[in-house]
Write a protein that binds this ligand. Sequence first.
Ligand SMILES: Cc1cc2nc3c(=O)[nH]c(=O)nc-3n(C[C@H](O)[C@H](O)[C@H](O)COP(=O)(O)O)c2cc1C
Length: 201
Amino acid sequence: MEFREVLKHRKSVRAYEQRPIPSNVLDRILATVRYAPSAGFTQGNEYLVLDSPEALADFWTLTDDPKDPIPDEMRSTLPPVLVLPLSNRRAYLDRYSQPDKAGFGLEDADNWPVPYWDIDAGMASMLMLLAAIDEGLAAWFFGISSGEKDLLERFSVPEQFKPIGVIALGYPAATDPLAITSSAKRRRRRPTESLMHRNGW
Ligand SMILES: Cc1cc2nc3c(=O)[nH]c(=O)nc-3n(C[C@H](O)[C@H](O)[C@H](O)COP(=O)(O)O)c2cc1C
């Protein structure tokens, strides 16, 4: 698909057909993270991929937020695959302690202008979101508001990793009952001119 077409079709889809993603298609989407830029070429972030019925069921049970429970109408359209991009601050501090990077003081997390480990996880996430569209699938990035600790324990995630959110992948359902509640329905995309400050504010 042309890049412009991919962009035009990219949106958060919250309802999915109950059919698996062919493994070669999923593999291609996952492999795109290798092409993401990373500070110091650290490549320190890793990904938890959930695609078995048991793993997915446990994800939804453990992260169900008592203050914002999963709506009943969503239970029959949950995505067949979830990918959790796991940010690894420790890997970045280690990388920036190496001889070619030492001297910038970046072996200390407090000296980083912004947390590049999280930024790199976001960069890789975007590649997967766009790759999904390119493969004729849909995707959705969402946050974990409850149960993160239990979730990480359930999947034996080593303690240095922190999920920046979750990427849902799958074939879009014919209708998305939750689309109506999306901010995207209530807010417009800002025009480019309002976002850009060419040569100054
Ligand atoms: C960092 C981040 C966190 C988000 N968290 C949620 C979330 O928890 N639940 C949700 O339904 N959508 C979430 N979204 C999706 C946004 O609501 C969505 O991108 C926005 O409304 C624009 O809609 P679009 O993606 O369809 O263009 C999140 C998106 C980002 C980038």
